[in-house]
Ligand binder design. Structure first.
Ligand SMILES: [Zn+2]
Length: 122
């Protein structure tokens, strides 16, 4: 198990985007909405203030629906890295937990969010 005092790093495949997290996620979200199921991502949510995103090259972004958030992907290797709210004042962002060490991913609880139908967790 990682030391709780140590930062956790999520990185894209080519290493151009790295995201420093305060701790490994206890819980990650598997969402079946039309976008997430295509991306194949698992989300870990953090407060924006506790996360450090470093990009050596610009990310590409995509927004859909209400366009409340931008989905970022590395412009080098194409990995979806995170989503970030467009409106100031929102406090949380989502990190693609697939970028983490698989051992950290395996240790987290997965919650299934049925965004495609009910919007509920099950
Ligand atoms: Zn990359």
């Amino acid at each position: 198990m990682p030391n709780a005092a140590e930062d956790v790093l999520a990185t894209c495949h080519c290493g151009a985007v790295s995201i420093r997290l305060p701790k490994a996620p206890a819980e990650i979200t598997h969402c079946n909405c039309s976008l997430c199921r295509r991306y194949g991502v698992l989300w870990a949510y953090y407060a924006i203030a506790e996360v450090m995103i470093e990009t050596k090259i610009p990310t590409d972004t995509y927004a859909w629906g209400g366009k409340n958030v931008d989905f970022h992907r590395c412009s080098g290797c194409g990995c979806v890295t995170h989503w970030y709210p467009r409106k100031a004042g929102r406090e949380n962002l989502g990190i693609n937990a697939r970028l983490l060490d698989p051992k950290l991913l395996a240790a987290a609880n997965v919650r299934y969010k049925d965004s495609a139908d009910t919007g509920l967790f099950h």
